[in-house]
Design a protein around this ligand. Sequence first.
Ligand SMILES: [Zn+2]
Length: 115
Amino acid sequence: MRITGNCHCGKIAFEAEGEFGAAMECNCSLCRRKGVLLAFVPRNQFQLATSREDLSSYQFNKHVITHYFCANCGIAPFSEATMPDGKEMAAINLRCVPEIDIAALTVTQYDGASR
Ligand SMILES: [Zn+2]
């Protein structure tokens, strides 16, 4: 399926292609605070529909993931990461995709706090 997501004010918007019936909930120090529900797609199945200049970013720990957020409304719609094998991925916050029924998602817990 093809989805469209955005931050609250709309300065950040994106489209992505993939299966979005499941999400990952991570208990790391950042995810637990943001409350995100993540779905991962190869970076080439993700298109930013707004200007990259409107992305604010945050990195911590090993700095392998760039966590983007909107400096205007504070919402964090997606992150980008390079996997150990070199694959570029996008992690989409499914809470920022209005057409996704959050209650219907199969949520898997990821123990990011222990990594
Ligand atoms: Zn915004």
